[in-house]
Design a protein around this ligand. Structure first.
Ligand SMILES: [Zn+2]
Ligand SMILES: [Zn+2]
Length: 202
């Protein structure tokens, strides 16, 4: 599996493009700047079929609508608890100072679900805390952690609407029980490994 990282938007969200050996292609968290994302898709000559959202915050979802226009067959996966974030609401309008570019979804994901296509296979790990519907996707030896777990000991904010510090603590415990060799691809900042993140945290 090839992984391309595209930094998008004004808070440098990591959008990931996954492509397997037979050209299956998924996009994780297309937050903004759809042109940057589609430039890679065209260059690699692939048609993405799924968008996996780690959660519903604006900086992870605002390029969904453009990708849906360009690739009408694409299906969007999100946890049910974060669906309210996908449409414009006063929270976003106040925060952004403009209406949100809404995203529509197709499939609700839950803990333990498997999403499979070609050589790509994702296990859904529910990790509430940063938002109630935050999830991580385990794909091969790579863990896409959204705004739950960052490199260098960082974690996502838990002072936002529908955040929970207690839920975040249990979610992080759950992640650190996984195989330590897993690579970590966060929603912001550089990649890491679980082993490294455990070491840093003592
Ligand atoms: Zn977030
Ligand atoms: Zn974010």
């Amino acid at each position: 599996m090839k992984i391309f990282t595209v930094q998008v938007g004004f808070i440098d969200t990591n959008c990931y493009i996954l492509i397997d050996a037979i050209g299956s292609c998924w996009v994780i968290d297309p937050g903004s700047e759809p042109n940057k994302i589609t430039a890679i898709l065209s260059r690699e000559n692939v048609i993405p079929t799924k968008i996996l959202l780690t959660h519903g915050h604006f900086d992870h979802i605002e390029a969904v609508s453009r990708l849906k226009e360009m690739y009408p067959e694409i299906k969007v996966y999100v946890h049910g608890e974060d669906v309210p974030f996908l449409t414009n609401n006063p929270i976003w309008e106040n925060y952004l100072g403009r209406p949100l570019t809404s995203a529509s979804y197709n499939v609700i994901v839950n803990e333990g679900d498997t999403i499979q296509e070609g050589e790509l296979s994702a296990s859904v790990i529910a990790t509430p805390g940063h938002s109630a519907g935050s999830v991580c996707y385990l794909i091969g030896d790579s863990l896409f952690t959204g705004d739950t777990l960052f490199a260098y000991g960082g974690i996502g904010r838990t002072d936002l609407w529908n955040s929970s510090p207690a839920a975040m603590r249990s979610s992080l415990k759950k992640l650190f029980l996984l195989e330590q060799k897993l690579k970590v691809f966060p929603g912001h900042g550089p990649a890491s490994t679980l082993e490294h993140e455990l070491l840093i945290r003592g």
